[in-house]
Write a protein that binds this ligand. Structure first.
Ligand SMILES: [Zn+2]
Length: 381
């Protein structure tokens, strides 16, 4: 049995010093460190740093030169291993709007890995299918030729592996698709890459939309006479919102306001692409060229093409640019997405009975150690 002591432990309801976290594969107990006989445990000294739940990235396409949409199992394994260094302990490999055959190949690869129960890195919860049921007017970096009319049967066919998918609620066939998927599955329905008016987005929510794909990006903006999809997402209390908190996709001046409005419905994501964790240079996204320069990824015409954000950096950016306490910023990248996905029984917080997915991070939220299911899987300098 292991035990972490001497850190500031970030729980669901606050940050606490003097606590010990005792765990095997699961978290056994959280108690006053003074009441434990430490000689009975394998002790991990947090050295005054933060002891945080492992992070959950529900929207990530690629990392370290690999891309989920390539449909290659080994690549997805390497991504799972790579993101552990960023404190990510659970994730949803995310597909792009590529051809249906390529999407299904990627689903199959993720399905095989998930069902194998093999242990290689951050745990796969299921696929995030971004598109192909989107609006060409807000395609962003998604390939227009592969956009399809919303099709509930496609989602239902893959409901064993798809955790969430993006649909533009205003396009032809979307209402029927949303209602049918909502009735027959637990798949989370997200509005995104959408040209919906405020009213159309609200109708989507009435039909069953409960999530928003990267709030602000690739959707109708909020203005005072036309609140758009952004206005609908912010004003519907049942709808969770993804945010790419890299300070480039969304200005940091909005982070605190969005956090106040959405509370425990705010989910930090990376939307990271193949170029993530790699040097500046030329890469591709969904078969299209992109250039990475610092925190920016742009297509030749200047379209923003995903990010190279790391989820621990997103937590720090939100914390730094809002009134949130660190434990609250961490929740936006752990418990909130776990709840949105219906995966919070085992994931998302340091709590007795949950999986021992724990990270130790410094005051810039750099990850120093990642523990996955009770085992140390990453240790920095
Ligand atoms: Zn994306």
């Amino acid at each position: 049995m292991k035990c972490i002591v001497n850190g500031t432990v970030l729980l669901e309801n606050g940050a606490f010093d003097n606590l010990a976290v005792v765990f095997d594969e699961k978290i056994e107990k959280i108690c006053d460190a003074k009441r434990l006989d430490l000689s009975e445990y394998e002790v991990i000294d947090a050295n005054g740093k933060f002891v945080s739940p492992g992070l959950l990235d529900m929207h990530i396409h690629g990392y370290l030169g690999f891309d989920v949409s390539d449909g290659n199992e080994d690549d997805i394994k390497k991504m799972a291993e790579g993101i552990v260094k960023n404190g990510v302990t659970a994730w949803c490999p995310t597909t792009m709007t590529v051809s249906k055959a390529e999407i299904e190949k990627a689903f199959d690869a993720v399905r095989t890995l998930k069902n194998s129960q093999e242990y290689y890195g951050a745990r796969i919860l299921g696929v995030n299918s971004e598109g192909p049921f989107i609006n060409a007017a807000k395609k962003g970096a998604q390939a227009e030729e592969h956009i399809l009319k919303p099709d509930a049967d496609f989602v239902k066919k893959h409901k064993d592996i798809v955790k969430l998918f993006t649909v533009a609620p205003e396009v032809d066939g979307a209402k029927e698709c949303i209602e049918s998927v909502c009735k027959d599955t637990d798949v989370l329905i997200s509005m995104g890459h959408t040209n919906a008016t405020y009213e159309e987005a609200r109708k989507g929510v009435e039909s069953g939309v409960r999530h928003t794909t990267h709030l602000f990006n690739a959707m109708t903006p909020l203005s005072h006479r036309s609140p758009g999809a952004v206005g609908a997402a912010l004003s519907c209390p049942d709808v969770s919102c993804e945010l790419i908190a890299d300070t480039f996709h969304v200005d940091k001046g909005l982070f605190g306001m969005v956090a106040k409005l959405k509370g425990d419905k705010l989910c930090l994501i990376t939307d990271c692409v193949r170029a993530g964790g790699m040097p500046d240079g030329d890469y591709t996204l969904g078969g299209q060229p992109l250039k990475k320069e610092g925190i920016k990824c742009l297509m030749p015409d200047g379209t923003i093409a995903g990010s190279v954000l790391k989820l621990n950096e997103a937590v720090y950016n939100l914390w730094e640019n809002s009134d949130l306490e660190l434990y609250q910023a961490v929740k936006c990248a752990s418990l909130n997405p776990a709840k949105a996905l219906g995966e919070d029984d085992e994931n998302g917080s340091i709590k007795e009975g949950k999986r021992a997915d724990i990270i130790i991070a410094d005051d810039k939220f750099n990850v120093l150690m990642t523990i996955l299911g009770g085992e140390i899987r990453y240790k920095g300098e």
